[in-house]
Design a protein around this ligand. Sequence first.
Ligand code: PHE
Length: 551
Amino acid sequence: MAEALQQLILDTLHASGTIGDTRTLIIPGQSKPAASSDAQIIIRGALDSLDSREMITYTTHETLSHVLTPEGAQIALEGSHEARVWAALPVKGEGSPVLPEELKKKVGDSAKAGQGNAFKNGWITKEGKGLVKLVASIVDSTQQDMREVDATGSLAAGEKALAELRKRKLIVQRKGQWFTVEKGPNFSTSIAKPETDLTVDMLTSGSWKTATFKKYNFEAEGIPTNGGAFHPLLKVREEIRNIFLEMGFTEMPTASFVESGFWCFDALFVPQQHPARDLQDTFYLSDPSSSLPPPADYYARVSQVHEHGGYGSAGYRAPWSHAESSKLLLRTHTTASSAAMLYKLAAKCRGERTPAESNGGSGELAHEHGDVRAQVSAGILDAQDKSSQSQAKPKVDDDGFRPAKLFSIDRVFRNETTDATHLAEFHQVEGVVADRGLTLADLIGFMRLFFKKLGLENLRFKPAYNPYTEPSLEIFAFHPHLRKWVEIGNSGMFRPEMLEPMGFPKDVRVHGWGLSLERPTMIRYGINNIRTLLGHKVSIESVEKSPAVMF
Ligand code: PHE
């Protein structure tokens, strides 16, 4: 249709040189000239398309035209109310007069609406209780007016008559456009689609010389560009990081995905025979397969407490394996990084001058963790007063101990069979607090505050077992959608067998808790298969559209 209309416009221009009024065109497939404003909208589309190729030029003219209301359209079709009343009556003296109820049955609502005008026009009169025609024929000028407006959008009789019909709500005004059309510089009667690309074929055949090319449209808005989008895990990580920061915690450096058995397990007093250290649970490195040695005296204290006990502990009384301790592995928990940080925090208690000067940490780890003192000091804990923590200067006790609040959110690896809720790698959120005389109540209090900020107020704690904490607590929260208690984390007070070999004074307590980043993210976004969150099945669209979270 669009092509046929464009062809008609070109042919008309070819025949008459110009089109003075597009309302005289008959759109292909229509029977009447395109007088209506809807028809002119269609014509405008065709004109714009031809204009963009400079085949024509056109001028727009504004009009105010009239269209029929539904009532007006009905009158155009069936006659005015008064005419319908007149038509329903017998001529005076030639039949029995029609009673009002009968008239209503015959012409419906027109009976009421038309009687007045029919009397006024002298078309009908009363006879007894009924009505009869007074004249044998009438001219229904209202119907004629409606037909004229419908056909021309106006009335020859002029504005006064139009105003009257508007008042009777038979017609309404409508803005319209029509156009005059001239030939453009590229005028031709054949609509050849202009080329949009210069192709190799055109160049080799030489057809580019005669081809017409589409002009650049510098007004075009172009395709909207895509910005980057944060993955839901990153958004939730940011929220949780902010919660820790507002509670006065400092972020630990956790870049070392590869750790040694010593830092991941031994330093945490995890027995060397513990099942978590099996090949089935932990990924070990084959090249290089063993780590640089940890600080010698600390290593000696750790192996001693494992094998023979000490610090009030009987130890595991099992032979110590240096090979097991020096194995390189992908860390199974960020608690390995926490252990390295705690070891550095205790440097002064051990009598070392600064961590940077000492041979602290696990080889490369020592290097990567940089100036731990600065890291730790920013997290100095002024027990409950979080407003003062940002400016607080490190408070160092006489024995060199400084309290600290540390956190990390980073990746860990476990050699697990993957399913809907488990992957071989995930993210751990971990908080660690070190201070003198902390109690289990402090740990529970901290976790209540922390999880409350995550939107979880309904918590339960269940005694649990970790080789490195005693007591240990699993944390459960009531899941409002699943309507059941779900495990959300693990926690505990670190054992003296872990803290005292590091050099912490006996009354220093360190408690910690950990949770996965994936669990709260899945709950937040209503995701029940972890593979829709991580891996090759993640839909980019869902990442782009996932809203930011606010706990
Ligand atoms: N490392 C523990 C885990 O893997 C979490 C934890 C951190 C527990 C600190 C106690 C203290 O779940």
